[in-house]
Ligand binder design. Structure first.
Ligand code: MRU
Length: 363
């Protein structure tokens, strides 16, 4: 997608042909800065510190992290150490584990002398596949948005609510939840997006709004607590969110606060869709109660970062000194609250996810 009119991806190979360049998302929306990853430790740190974030992008960065590891030491010992290091950085998004398994499977029987080259090729393939999957999600989601726009009784744009950043910044390009939005906007559909700010790290206000703005999509940032009210007022026609992990029964783990939006959507008969590539589905877990929820630092709740009028980016305390804070980063929306799951293979009710992936059926 575009930044200042220039097609940009979140991750690419630098001019030297081997370092990995990423947009440093901790600096957005005020500063566009590229970070260069030259070692597997750099890749691990970028994932941990959320220079890169969003389930698909975490996976792709881990894949390139493996390539960096294999470039410097292609042995089995180094490969195992790299997998363990990268897997430990963030616990909830299953794309991380998925990408590392892909890499390990691709490398394990390759001669040591070839492992570096094969690892880069495999990582590039994972990245390209993510772009194509997201593009397809957009195509399938566009049909839903077209239908909803046609059925809409009130005049005015189709109002879409989204949470966190499941946009192209969370992937390599297009995004998951935003891909249908970009496809619909490009197709000329009259639409408007309500962007949940998404405390505590404000991925909605900082990142989703940034990318929608650069594409020209009409949008409005709202506080996380406004969604229910807007739904009661008939100001939300559909919710579309992304996911960090979806279990075999269609339960959806996504950024904290997603569940409350799904409850409000159900109470107000607003369709609630979840968009994700197959790499976000955890077929090993029967339901969402088994997902490890990342617990992040209380400092993210007790302080906020922002820009001062002089341009300096600072963190300011916002809470009563001495109070404790809890910071679970994700929640689980039960499948019963989800109208449909949009994947690269099409749209399905959550309980029928397996029908899109018959190869996953147990014999
Ligand atoms: O903690 P983050 O910013 O990595 O969380 C990201 C989200 O929750 C996204 O909504 C989700 O990963 C979907 S990404 C396409």
């Amino acid at each position: 997608m575009n930044i200042n009119g220039k097609p940009t991806r979140t991750i690419w190979l630098a001019d030297d042909g081997w370092s990995v360049a990423v947009i440093d998302q901790t600096r957005l929306p005020y500063v566009f800065e590229v970070a260069y990853l030259r070692t597997v430790a750099d890749a691990a740190r970028a994932i941990k510190t959320m220079q890169v974030r969003g389930a698909p992008l975490i996976g792709v960065t881990a894949a390139y992290g493996m390539a960096l590891a294999m470039r410097s030491d292609p042995t089995d010992v180094a490969m195992r150490a790299a997998v363990d290091l990268l897997a430990a950085q963030r616990p909830t998004a299953v794309n991380l584990r998925w990408a590392l398994e892909q890499m390990r499977d691709a490398l394990i029987s390759v001669a040591l002398k070839d492992r570096g080259v094969v690892a880069y090729a495999e990582a590039a393939e994972i990245a390209e596949a993510d772009v194509e999957n997201c593009r397809r999600i957009g195509r399938h989601g566009l049909e839903i948005l077209r239908q909803l726009a046609a059925q809409k009784s009130k005049s005015g744009p189709l109002h879409i609510l989204t949470h966190c950043n499941a946009g192209w910044l969370a992937c390599v390009d297009w995004g998951t939840a935003t891909s249908p939005i970009y496809a619909a906007y490009d197709a000329g559909l009259d639409l408007h997006v309500w962007v949940d700010e998404t405390r505590p790290r404000n991925q909605g206000a900082a990142l989703t709004a940034f990318e929608l703005g650069h594409h020209g999509v009409p949008h409005t940032i709202i506080v996380d607590n406004a969604g229910g009210h807007l739904m009661q007022q008939g100001e939300v026609d559909v919710c579309i969110v992304g996911a960090d992990r979806v279990t075999a029964n269609g339960d959806v783990c996504n950024k904290i606060g997603t569940y409350l939006k799904a409850l409000a959507a159900r109470d107000n008969s607003v369709p609630f869709y979840v968009a994700l590539p197959h790499s976000t589905i955890d077929w090993t877990l029967a339901d969402g109660r088994l997902i490890v929820i990342e617990e992040r630092s209380p400092s993210e709740v007790l302080a906020m970062s922002g820009r001062l009028p002089d341009g300096a980016i600072v963190s300011v305390d916002i809470a009563a000194p001495g109070s404790l804070a809890a910071n679970p980063a994700f929640d689980v929306t039960p499948a019963r609250l989800v109208t449909g799951i949009i994947t690269e293979r099409g749209v399905t009710e959550p309980h029928h996810l397996l029908e899109l992936y018959p190869e996953r059926a147990r014999p």
